[in-house]
Design a protein around this ligand. Structure first.
Ligand code: SF4
Length: 384
């Protein structure tokens, strides 16, 4: 970059005048910034805003989040998807309380060692919260850099990502962290991301309105629509599952999911199926493990469901209880319209409830309408 000081001046002047007013931008509170940054990973700004307000109402500081039960944190996150983010944030809050007296650490090594904190989160929280000159790199920033330099680099390729991080380091204003007053490092990072979200967009970048047009090699060479190179798509994995909906007096039997995906969320008992496998046997075995005896019928209903790169087809079965199951920690009856707090549901469970899991379930539909639908996410870019 030939004129880095000129680029910084132009971009910062534009950002100060034109940036969107977003709730986390009024704050220097590192906890609030941290929550926003975790929420914005894989989630669009418009989707995150109401969740952010509700989450902070419920858990206004690190101590409140650390004290909360895992289920309550996941319930506050329900609908945003990518629940590992919430689990890590919750664990990290516990570490902050135990090891840092409840204050988000400003030391990069200490903050980087917290669960769920990668290089992006480190740079975002410490620059915006403490004014430390640490860069960020997300999809928006990578796209801006690729176009400014007219180099076909993609954040998804490790060697390219290293080059992009190097450039982010070089462009970061050399400032010391200010105790008060303007936060140049935080503003710079936000300005880059804002430019990518609002002007230098993935398709049809608005070069005519761009504050750094004069510094942009892609624009000078007419390459803005070709850069960065289109990502090669990750192969979609097709997955078959079956779940069994067991109703008793308007209550649905749910169990806690285990394993990396959706761990800790509740949904009707289910199994993953091999290609061509008939669901009845594996479902009966799963119920047996849970101490439940029920007569199984295939309702014929199929739900399509997508989680990251997995395209999941779920067979919906119905179970008629042979006898009342024993009380177990891994089982819960989901009561509709009781006003009691619900456990955190998977998006599939919410959908099954919202639409009525079987034709017999119409009586519980009305009570299920308040369940949130899964948030729309973008994997191409961190925020927009
Ligand atoms: Fe992006 Fe166009 Fe601005 Fe270059 S001039 S940074 S391509 S919006």
């Amino acid at each position: 970059m030939r004129d880095a000081p000129g680029l910084r001046r132009a971009l910062l002047a534009w950002y100060r005048k034109h940036h969107r007013k977003l709730p986390w931008r009024d704050s220097r509170d590192p906890y609030r910034i941290w929550v926003s940054e975790i929420m914005l990973q894989q989630t669009q700004v418009a989707t995150a805003v109401p969740y952010y307000a509700r989450f902070l109402d419920r858990f206004p500081d690190v101590a409140a989040l650390a004290r909360a039960r895992r289920g309550d944190v996941l319930a506050a996150w329900a609908g945003l998807g990518y629940y590992r983010r919430a689990r890590h944030l919750h664990e990290a809050a516990g570490v902050v309380v135990r090891e840092h007296a409840g204050s988000v650490p400003s030391d990069p090594l200490a903050f980087a060692s917290l669960p769920g904190v990668g290089r992006y989160t480190l740079g975002a929280v410490l620059s915006m919260g403490f004014g430390q000159p640490l860069p960020v790199l997300d999809g928006n920033v990578a796209r801006v850099f690729s176009r400014l330099t007219a180099v076909p680099v993609s954040i998804r390729r490790p060697a390219d990502a290293r080059r992009l991080w190097d450039l982010a380091e070089r462009l970061m204003p050399r400032v010391s962290a200010p105790a008060r007053g303007p936060n140049l490092a935080g503003e710079w990072n936000q300005a880059l991301m804002e430019l990518g979200a609002m002007v230098c967009t993935p398709r049809a970048p608005r070069c005519a309105a761009c504050p750094v047009r004069g510094h942009c090699l892609a624009h000078a060479r007419g390459l803005q629509d070709e850069l960065p190179p289109a990502p090669s798509r990750r192969a979609v994995e097709r997955v078959r599952r079956a779940v069994v909906c067991i109703w008793d007096r308007g209550r649905l039997l749910v169990t806690k999911r285990e394993g990396a995906l959706l761990e800790g969320l509740w949904e009707p008992p289910g199994v993953e199926l091999a290609r061509g496998e008939v669901a009845r046997g594996p479902l009966a075995a799963r119920l047996d493990e849970l101490g439940v005896t029920a007569r199984l019928t295939d309702t014929g209903r199929r739900e399509r469901h997508t989680i990251t790169h997995r395209d999941i087809t779920v067979e919906v079965w119905k179970g008629a209880l042979a006898e009342r199951p024993p009380r177990r920690a891994r089982l819960a009856w989901l009561e509709q319209g009781s006003g009691r707090p619900r456990p955190a549901l998977s998006a599939l469970a919410a959908r099954l409830l919202a639409n009525g899991a079987t034709p017999d379930d119409r009586r519980v539909r009305a009570g299920a309408r308040t369940l949130r639908r899964p948030a729309k996410v973008s994997s191409a870019s961190r925020r927009a």
